[in-house]
Design a protein around this ligand. Sequence first.
Ligand code: GAL
Length: 845
Amino acid sequence: MDLKLETCSSRSCYRVLFLLSAFTLLLLTILPSVTSSVTYDHKALIVNGQRRILISGSIHYPRSTPEMWPDLIQKAKLGGLDAIQTYVFWNGHEPSPGKYNFEGRYDLVRFIKLVKQAGLFVHLRIGPYVCAEWNFGGIPVWLKYVPGISFRTDSRPYKVAMEGFTRKIVEMMKAEGLYESQGGPIIMSQVENEYGPMEYELGAPGRAYATWAAKMAVSLKTGVPWVMCKQDDAPDPVINSCNGFYCDYFSPNKDYKPKIWTEAWSGWYTKFGGPAPHRPVEDLAFAVAKFIQKGGSFINYYMYHGGTNFGRTAGGPFIATTYDYDAPIDEYGLLNEPKWGHLKDLHKAIKMCESALVSADPTVTSLGNYEEAHVFRSDSGACAAFLANYNPTSFATVTFNGVHYNLPPWSISILPDCKNTVFNTARVSFQTYKMIMEPVDSGFSWASYNEDTASYDDNSMTVAGLLEQINTTRDTTDYLWYTTDVNINPNEGFLRNGQYPVLTIFSAGHALHVFTNGELEGTAYGSLENPKLTFSGNVKLRAGNNKISILSIAVGMPNVGPHFETWNTGVLGPVTLNGLDEGKRDLSWQKWSYKIGLKGEALQLHSLSGSSSVEWGSLIDQKQPLTWYKTTFDAPAGNEPLALDMVSMGKGQIWINGQSIGRHWPAYKASGSCGECSYSGTYSDKKCQRYCGDPSQRWYHVPRSWLRPTGNLLVLFEEWGGNPNWISLVRRKVGSVCAHINEWQPIMRTIKTYGSLEVAQRPKAHLMCDPGQKISAIKFASFGTPQGECGSYQEGSCHAFHSYDIFEKNCIGKQWCVVMVTPEVFGGDPCPHVMKKVAVEAVCT
Ligand code: GAL
């Protein structure tokens, strides 16, 4: 039909014209949400017509503050990332049905817009079940109380709620124009999370739910692909992806889908009672290079910045407040070196190979028993090679295209032109830091307020028997008091012989304190592996009526497991008394009074207004359990991140200016094995752990933006009793700088090949202080076989006598210095035929 304006004279003609233009307009408005500007094939995601190798990193927006976001995103960009991945945290956004929160740390749109401004893409993992060591896996607790509901299965009420929230987020993103198809940064989304194993357990209803979830997601027409991670049977066109410490073995379920690694675990989470996990960057880089050499094209570090579980957002139970994760950017937003720097070098090397990687499948050639070459050649002549040595203990010399290459154990070299090595995963050339927590001032001056141990009042309810905790509190608080009366006949034998009866309490978790007539009798707690606990101890009962009060404490709701919504918390019994004349008395079925939460919580003692509603006393008994403490302080000068050193305290919660910085539990010491840590060999979260025997978490991040210049209110609630006089505010800063460099290290840039021998430029140890600072002392220096980490190096059996002299001569008084790592510089070879390295630690002032 050829409709020209001048030919249109009739009414109907104008109507047709009007309808046509309205239709075109409509098409234009909806088109961006239905056309795909991001597609994929078996090689890669295709963004704006281009196949891409994409490096992404997880930063969860509520685990830092909006004031930190721009800097974190910038550091991610500088680290060579193309994309930021985040989950969407349903229970943070919809704390009660239909009441939404997209403010402050939950301002998702602001976060995504900042990522866009930085020129990065977003992978939005809506879930809305997210796992993530987050309270209840991100699902609002109120959903548990919708009649007939069953989570993450073919349950109508669950599907209605889940679809409702997913749709809301998608619509919100569309309204803001945030999908790539609309010119925004979101290139991919995720529905559900690691549902495959769950589906396997649930059988038919699980399968029906997974199919429904995929269909529902696709029907939302975002214009970008959806992934389902750990979901081998993800229905088309949804891409199934891999999560783990290694994912090179993984293949998607159709050969036209790209190989995607949604969670490359950069470290692991800390739990109360566990040590701090550490994953050596040499192994992480090895895993990533191995994935890419096997045709992988999208990799996301989980986490790139872990951050903090503020408030009561930690899941678990027993997940610590820190979610540092040993990620490339630490909890406080500082670079975790050499992890950040070494990965940056890796990303640069991978990007140099991009055109070959996206054009061709690799040809694999064996170069020895443990050695392989993966070569990518494109039609246009690009060639990139990855040379791998899988042997965890031995160096290898391989010959590739007639040239010899030296490969450290458990490492991969990257040759973007199939000739020159620009990167080896085991050769770290980045400076590292020893971070210190430096006290800011002389301490705080505390006032205290005793929490009520008379745990029943007008607000308590009394019923026969023991109640499940979450059903009672609806997770509005960690605390639930269970109180009962115990009548003791004046003729009881124990009153004469002093052998107090034994009270035994079985609890589904997670911790409890027992009081008899207001006196603390003891404490018991479980662990992440076994949240259940048993208390058993003598109780000082007297003749007549006694009150036994149990303060039962939840430490985060479960975030993973089959039907975790049905798991119990609290004192479910039996509760028995042994050693009475009658033998055993079962208290489980008698009358119990319940009080939800603490008196101090009801009074909002943590808030600016609530804290002045009671009379605070001076600090007298420092070990008093169930005590509130408060103080005020001025914001310290400078911009280094801040933390509270809680080493002298037991367990409880902390607030600054009314905002919760989370649960503290320094009394829970890390048990586990913290032995030697070799980067080579298969990594697991039990390998390379740190701080065994110390508190699992001693320092608690205080975001700078939560402080005013003066008069900041710090309130804490302490359950066990601790000495607050030892609490201090600390600055996190660089204590010393270190370099740890191997001899004969090929470096990026200048590598020449002579005949068939690869000659690497001599390696150098670089030390650099921040601008305005100079190297004032060399704390440690050894050329030979030194051991250990920055801050705790030790000489090995081989040590060049002049090690200190050389660094002192070249570095003291300078902002930066460079020393060649070669025997001649150190006055000769201290141990010929042994692979040597330099370790040096310098102080900047
Ligand atoms: C994964 C899960 C993540 C997180 C991780 C461990 O299985 O998908 O959400 O829980 O484990 O940190």
